[in-house]
Design a protein around this ligand. Structure first.
Ligand SMILES: NC(=O)C1=CN([C@@H]2O[C@H](COP(=O)(O)OP(=O)(O)OC[C@H]3O[C@@H](n4cnc5c(N)ncnc54)[C@H](OP(=O)(O)O)[C@@H]3O)[C@@H](O)[C@H]2O)C=CC1
Ligand SMILES: CC(=O)C(=O)O
Ligand SMILES: [Mg+2]
Length: 759
């Protein structure tokens, strides 16, 4: 299901926390007087002198080699037109994020207040000392051609105008594959191009070098068809001017056309245009953010259509994000002085070929468990495909070496492959995996604080993404008014406000009374407690009227968990514990117990070990557990070393197959070198720990919070382990994304509970 992008969501995304999408992070320590003396004066003078002797040393002593300038003057921003350099900044920051996330490349985005191409050339050229490469972006035609050509001639680092060549590379790959599917030859096809700007001209040039005939190409700008008798065409435009002056308009040109390429503006053609085309029409409507024709309209017009857009919410996303991070990665890794035709073609063929390879399960999972196979709906690889980097970058680097523009060579390609994989990390995908798993089998989740705007916004995302079937508990009038105020689209969602209704409360109260009558609760009190939505929601889960409950955004933890414990309780013979998942630069780690057991006894620690191991497995990890202390294997005496060592011993007897070690200090547990050197007998010596059992709630809680604040780790949780049915408690004031993540976790937890009871 396509996910709608709402205006307010997009604004909030950019506004929340630190405004914008990027920050600069130091890569060296700066914690002491001597660090300071090295990082800045006097020490910094030494690398300065080395670079003065030989400029190439900048690659050795500065960030230049991995730094790309994303530079725009804001004259052709997406399909929004000349909105100016200030307004282009979100797009340029966005490219910075994609460079970093997909290829580990750092970016400074530079927005320049200058339209004169000559001056622009001067400014950009003067930035050569800073950057390892230049990505020109959203500069309008025809100025962009002059700017790029001059900079390529004058600069000794790779320069690429991505709207031209990135788009040309990706769309050529898609075109080659689409033509293969419909069994047409590029030499014979009639191509209508709407737009005669940077992207359109460059794509058409590349199609021409791949074999398309000039006489079969009909290119339009706002004034109409580019024809030989027009005297307002640029030099590049003239190349595609048609000798046929009979054609009236785009519709006329579309008669029997095999290929439509749109790189102009949104919603400028309609189904009549599509219907006029030849059999098996190939329609690439690539304007952003809205394609030349809406996807649904084009698909409805013809059954035999092959359709691509620039958007991520439809199949066949022809967007330069599939190319630029990896093209620059390959170019930087061999210190190429240019991105030449050979490198571009190598990228296009690598992309086209990758689409024909079997798709790994990971990608199927990331895209809603579809079985993705090469075909009409999968012409080119998906943007989240981790193989893009290991396919495109080596192809580009190799082409640079062969065409003589590489200043360094890659010799060990196997090692290069490993290095590239490290660049993208693997664990960032964890939340994606959880979300995908949830979407596969969504469950009914009751929100007991539904009269809260953030909960409702999260519910909207949950519905849009198909994660769960929400049930809203709260005052109907208030919920409806919030839905209206925030312009949400929650029609059809169940709202329950009859927890005040006597009949339902009586029914639920009786069940609670039966459970708690020997704990001092009277029938009257039990019925009264059902006015509390946490009691009511817990009872829905207990009686199978919902599969999971989410609460805790507005009340403190103990108040929220108590009703769940009284009504649902722990699994038979088990305790309840709280786990956090920490996403750090060094990978994913599980922390327990961070929220429930203040000072666990040995037996309680053993239970926590068992629950946490199962929790880590639910999220797809093989736990390697460290029972943490301030000692290593009995090196200190005291209550905590003894408690943790004993717990480990008992747990190991109970679950001999689990990797568990302790008592152990936290730094040792994650440091394989130290472990191998000092404690080679340890079960963790091979790989280090990924799961930590803390001796007390205080230590676990403090550790994860410090990691969040000082280590920039992302925390997912707390995940309640050991409940008889899924209930998950939010942190006070969780963000909308955190609420959505917790819903996905509760759905996955519910799936796991149901699978267990099915065994
Ligand atoms: N999917 C992708 O990866 C990419 C998509 N794009 C999209 O392509 C479009 C163009 O970008 P770019 O080439 O950089 O911009 P340019 O400003 O360089 O070119 C825009 C071209 O489109 C023409 N045009 C605009 N509106 C219409 C219209 N209603 N009918 C006919 N022609 C029209 C303009 O005509 P005129 O010359 O008469 O003004 C101009 O020739 C944008 O929507 C952009 O988002 C761009 C790069 C990558
Ligand atoms: C994708 C892109 O670069 C554009 O639409 O301009
Ligand atoms: Mg662009």
């Amino acid at each position: 299901m396509p996910k709608k992008v709402r205006r307010q969501d997009a604004l909030n995304y950019h506004m929340q926390g630190t405004p914008g999408k990027i920050e600069v992070v130091p890569t060296k320590m700066l914690s002491s007087q001597s660090d300071l003396a090295l990082a800045y004066s006097p020490g910094v003078a030494e690398p300065c002198k080395e670079i003065e002797k030989d400029k190439e040393n900048a690659y050795k002593y500065t960030a230049k080699g991995n730094l790309v300038g994303v530079i725009s003057n804001g004259t052709a921003v997406l399909g929004l037109g000349d909105i100016g350099p200030d307004a282009s900044k979100p797009v340029m920051e966005g490219k910075g994020v994609l460079f970093k996330k997909f290829a580990g490349i750092d970016v400074f985005d530079i927005e320049i207040q200058e339209k004169d191409p000559k001056k622009l050339i001067q400014i950009i050229k003067s930035l050569e000392p800073t950057f390892g490469g230049i990505n020109l972006e959203d500069i309008k035609a025809p100025e962009c051609f002059e700017v790029e050509t001059a900079l390529k001639e004058q600069m000794n680092i790779p320069v690429m105008h991505d709207d031209q060549h990135g788009t040309a590379i990706i769309s050529s790959a898609a075109l080659l594959n689409a033509l293969e599917l419909v069994d047409k030859k590029i030499e014979n096809v009639k191509i209508v191009v709407l737009g005669a700007g940077a992207a359109a001209i460059s794509c058409t040039k590349l199609y021409h070098s791949l074999g398309a005939k000039l006489e079969n190409i009909y290119m339009f700008d706002r004034k109409g068809l580019l024809t030989k008798d027009r005297d307002d065409l640029s030099e590049t435009g003239k190349m595609f001017a048609s000798a046929n002056t009979e054609i009236k308009d785009v519709l006329d040109a579309m008669k029997d056309a095999d290929v439509f390429l749109g790189l102009s503006a949104g919603n400028v053609i309609n189904k009549k245009h599509i219907k006029a085309m030849a059999d098996n029409p190939i329609v690439f409507a690539l304007a952003n953010p809205d394609p030349e024709i809406p996807y649904a309209e084009a698909m409805a017009a013809r059954k035999d259509i092959i359709m691509a857009t620039g958007r991520s919410d439809h199949p066949n996303q022809v967007n330069n994000v599939i190319g630029f991070p990896y093209i620059f990665r390959g170019a930087l890794d061999v210190r190429a002085t240019a991105i030449n035709e050979e490198m571009k073609l190598a990228a296009a063929y690598a992309i086209a070929e990758l689409a024909k390879q079997p798709v790994p399960e990971l990608i199927n999972k990331a895209y809603d468990d579809q079985k993705i196979v090469f075909g009409r709906e999968y012409l080119i690889p998906k943007p989240l495909d981790p193989r893009l980097i290991t396919t495109i970058s080596p192809a580009v680097a190799n082409a640079a070496m062969k065409s003589g523009v590489a200043k360094t060579n890659i010799r060990d390609w196997a090692q290069y492959d490993v290095d590239l994989q490290k660049r993208i990390g693997v664990d960032q995908k964890l939340m994606n995996r959880i979300l995908t798993k949830a979407k596969k089998d969504p469950k009914r989740v009751v929100f007991s604080e539904a009269d809260n705007a953030n909960i409702l916004k999260a519910v909207q995302m949950v519905i849009d993404e198909g994660i769960a079937v929400p049930i809203l508990l709260g005052n109907r009038e208030k919920i409806e008014s919030l839905i209206e105020t925030h312009q949400l689209d929650l029609g059809g969602v169940t709202i329950i406000d009859n927890f005040l209704n006597d009949e339902k409360r009586q029914e639920y109260g009786k069940v609670l009374y039966e459970k708690r009558k020997r704990k001092g609760v009277t029938q009257y009190e039990a019925v009264k407690l059902m006015r509390d939505r946490n009691y009511f929601g817990s009872m829905m889960v207990e009686l199978g009227e919902a599969d999971a409950m989410i609460s805790g955004l507005t009340k403190d933890y103990p108040k929220t968990i108590r009703p769940a414990l009284e009504i649902i309780g722990a699994e038979e013979g088990k305790r309840v514990a709280g786990m956090y998942i920490l996403l750090t630069k060094k990978g994913t780690f599980f922390f327990s117990d961070t929220t429930v057991n203040t000072n666990p006894t040995v037996d309680e620690l053993v239970e926590i070990i068992g629950l946490t191991a199962r929790g880590a497995k639910v999220f797809g990890f093989e736990p390697r557990m460290a029972v943490l202390s301030y000692s290593n294997f009995g090196s200190s005496k005291g209550e905590i070393p003894e408690k943790t060592a004993k717990a480990r011993e008992i747990a190991k007897k109970r679950w001999p197959d689990l990797i568990i070690d302790g008592d152990i200090q936290a730094n040792i547990a994650v440091n394989e070198e130290l472990l191998k050197e000092t404690y080679p007998f340890s079960e963790l010596a091979d790989k280090g720990a990924n799961t930590f059992i803390f001796p007390s709630l205080a230590s676990g809680n403090i550790a994860y919070k410090l990691l969040m604040e000082l280590g920039n780790a992302e925390a997912i949780g707390p995940i309640l382990l050991g409940m008889n049915k899924p209930v998950h408690i939010l942190q006070l004031g969780s963000s909308i994304r955190e609420i959505v993540n917790m819903v996905a976790i509760s759905v996955v937890d519910s799936q796991d509970h149901q699978n267990r009871s099915n065994l």
